[in-house]
Design a protein around this ligand. Structure first.
Ligand code: ZN
Ligand code: ZN
Length: 150
């Protein structure tokens, strides 16, 4: 029997909460400039979940931009405290990319660092980490596409 894992992501004030019933699909560190702008951090620890396993409670402010793929990418922050919580990606059939630091009781174990071509100057990537200058490596990208567009 597969273990169903529950986790949740919350903003600082608690008004916006994302409840997740299901395992993470992919964990990665993103260095792209969009994520830098969204989180106001030099890089973002991100955990991808299936959209049908995510349930949001509370009001969010949203901002939709075109991602590097040319598809819409919508950023969700708490309408009250403005904490960035997650991003949805049209290119991956609405995949929910959650900011790992907002997840409770979750151990972040990134598989890859992506968009290192846009990496902030003062950030050093661990030498043992798998890196990609842009999108995730093909095998991982293919697996993500297969998972979210099943
Ligand atoms: Zn809040
Ligand atoms: Zn990014």
């Amino acid at each position: 029997m597969t273990e169903i894992k529950n986790t949740s992501a919350r903003c600082e004030c608690g008004a916006l909460e994302l409840n997740i019933q299901g395992p993470p699909v992919v964990q990665l560190v993103c260095h792209c400039s969009d994520c830098q702008a969204f989180t106001a951090m030099p890089f973002s620890d991100i955990v991808f979940f299936k959209p049908d396993q995510c349930h949001v409670h509370g009001q969010s402010d949203t901002m939709t931009i075109k991602g590097n793929s040319g598809f819409d990418k919508t950023h969700y922050s708490c309408a009250s405290c403005q904490t960035p919580i997650y991003v949805t990606l049209a290119v991956l059939n609405g995949a929910v990319a959650v900011i790992a630091s907002q997840l409770s009781g979750f151990t972040f174990e990134p598989e890859v660092h992506i968009w290192t071509s846009e990496k902030a100057n003062n950030v050093t990537i661990p030498v043992e980490a798998i890196q990609s200058s842009g999108l995730p490596p093909k095998a991982l990208s293919d697996a993500m596409v297969a998972t979210f567009w099943h």
